[in-house]
Design a protein. Structure first.
Lengths: 391, 168
């Protein structure tokens, strides 16, 4: 039996047709997002031309001023320029930066990020310089976040999931099962309980504490942690009978659903990450404006005042860095949201196969980190971690 | 122009969803892959629709989105909360084994033996040589054979065998 015959025979049982159940594919949304992507490409090209003209003609462009309600946190100033630099990672075949602390002093990452790797090392960069390269235990966890004390958290990339943390140059198991996702400056950790197919958000009061599993909201299941803020509030996402819904798990233990921008529960809110005092989210469906415009796109939510603001009608216009890959995508040009504006980052493109993720931005928007990837996942073009230093 | 796009997508949606599901093994992730692919397709429809390779373009978009996610090692950290799975939807041994082999080998096997693509088509989709497709096929089948054991040729055994996720 040759490979053709053997392969056909072996895999035939999987040829069971289309998966059953309702599809979430939204062709109208694809057309809307695709139409905006066409505009983005056109605008990007025009922006380059404008920049050249501005430089040549010494044209001064003033930043637009924006009226912000006093109760809402001010956004950092959008940097005027950034410099890209590859992050050193020693002799490994490849590496990936995955997160950083709010000031951007520390970045964390891993070597050999792909699933099924035979070895991994946790990498820590301080002010852009590689300062620690820590071998991982047998299960080779990947750290996804780090705080200003240099404590990083993460979990195993392969099943079954186990949570780990890095402290004082050593990678150690967190108590319990599942995985850790994010850590705040107080050392509070949020992650997921995962065992035997069950998944629910969980948190640890400190790296040495026992985990506490979130009570599942009525009518919901299949919950996941998204991020944790400096108040210890964990934002989570659950599958419910009405679709995907976001819930806040406050430090006092209370659970609060997040109503979408239209307040009518007609939209699905997929939280992505906390930045600049806001929760960034992808919203699908719903209409809150008098003009009847769709709420779909990237919006942000201010937890203390329950205020929504539109960031972008397009989901893929720029990156929203996150400790998970929620909302993540790979783009041909690196761009990230700073507040509600888009910061275009200088690329390090060497081949047409290069694409980018942006995985971290500091709270003052002066440090951005991400990775250059092969758009075709080519073995000949391994991932490269990048830091953008902005001013 | 939009009518042509809609006609194409509506006519192909089932097959695109099937391909994405064969790669990802997850209904939700399959929908994400297809959503991304048809969005890219619309963005480039004025150009792509003038070629004879629309199918190849969309299949390439799905496969590359899958490879990128898998390569990043975050595949299991789905960007959606997992919907409750019914008992009959538990992954069979063969599907679980397929998810354990390297992503490019997985893609080659799915495209060749379940997607009915020629070696040349697969090479174009993956951006590699036909020789690489042949060697990835061979390596992928060997890997599956190692995982599944000596009875792997007895294809008719697999539909009856069900295991827990990650239980291999």
């Amino acid at each position: 039996m040759n490979d053709d015959e053997y392969g056909t025979s072996l895999l035939r049982p999987l040829d069971t047709g289309v998966p059953d159940g309702p599809s979430r594919i939204n062709v109208a949304k694809a057309m809307g997002d695709g139409r905006r992507a066409r505009r983005v490409r056109t605008v990007s090209t025009a922006a380059v031309i404008t920049a050249v003209v501005a430089t040549a003609g010494a044209l001064v462009l003033r930043p637009t001023t924006e009226h912000v309600l006093p109760a809402l946190p001010p956004d950092p100033v959008k940097p005027s320029s950034c410099v890209a630099q590859k992050l050193e990672f020693g002799k490994a075949a490849s590496a990936e930066v995955t997160g950083g602390d709010p000031t951007g002093t520390y970045l964390v990452g891993t070597t050999n990020s792909w699933a099924g790797a035979e070895s991994r090392t946790v990498l820590v960069w301080e002010k852009g310089e590689l300062t620690a390269s820590v071998p991982t235990p047998e299960r080779m966890p990947v750290m996804s976040d780090i705080n200003g004390s240099g404590i990083a958290v993460g979990g195993t990339a392969e099943m079954p999931s186990l949570p780990f943390f890095l402290r004082d140059g050593k990678v150690t198991r967190l108590k319990g099962d599942g995985t850790a996702i994010a850590i705040n400056e107080a050392g509070e950790i949020a992650g997921n309980y995962e065992k035997r197919g069950e998944a629910a958000p969980q948190r640890w009061a400190s790296p040495d504490a026992e985990p506490e599993v979130m009570p599942v909201p009525a009518g919901a299941n299949g919950g996941r942690t998204v991020d944790i803020d400096e108040n210890g509030t964990v934002v989570t996402s659950f599958y419910t009978t009405k679709g995907e819904k976001a819930f806040l798990w406050h430090a006092d233990g209370s659970v609060e659903p997040i109503a979408g921008p239209d307040r009518l529960d007609r939209s699905n809110v997929q939280p992505i990450a906390f930045h600049f005092g806001w929760l960034y989210a992808e919203v699908r469906g719903g209409q809150s404006s008098a003009a009847g415009r769709s709420d779909s796109g990237i919006q942000r939510y201010h937890v203390p005042t329950r205020t929504w603001q539109q960031v972008s009608a397009a989901t893929w216009e720029a990156h929203v860095p996150a400790p998970t890959n929620i909302g993540g995508f790979q783009s041909e040009i690196p761009q990230v949201f700073v507040g509600r504006q888009i910061l275009e980052l200088p690329d390090m493109t060497e081949t047409p196969d290069d694409g980018y993720t942006v995985d971290f931005i500091s709270e003052n928007a002066k440090v951005v980190a991400g990775n250059k990837f092969s758009l075709t996942a080519s073995d000949n073009n391994p991932p490269d971690p990048i830091i953008w230093s902005c001013r | 122009m939009d009518d042509e796009y809609l006609a194409y997508v509506n006519g192909r949606l089932a097959s695109l969803r099937r391909l994405a599901f064969l790669l990802s093994g997850s209904r939700d992730q399959a929908d994400d892959l297809v959503q991304e692919a048809i969005t890219k397709l619309y963005a480039r429809w004025p150009k792509i629709s003038r070629t004879d390779n629309v199918d190849t373009y969309v299949h390439t978009a799905i496969v590359r989105a899958f490879l990128v996610e898998k390569r990043r090692g975050w595949w299991r950290r789905t960007n959606r909360p997992a919907p409750p799975e019914r008992a009959e939807e538990e992954a069979p041994m063969l599907r679980t084994a397929l998810r354990r082999i390297p992503a490019r080998q997985q893609a080659v096997l799915v495209l060749r033996f379940l997607g009915d693509h020629s070696v040349a088509d697969v090479a174009q989709i993956l951006g590699c040589s036909e020789g690489t497709v042949e060697s990835q096929t061979s390596h992928g089948l060997s890997a599956l054979r190692r995982i599944l054991g000596p009875t792997a040729h007895a294809a008719n055994l697999f539909p009856a065998v069900k295991i827990q996720e990650g239980g291999l």
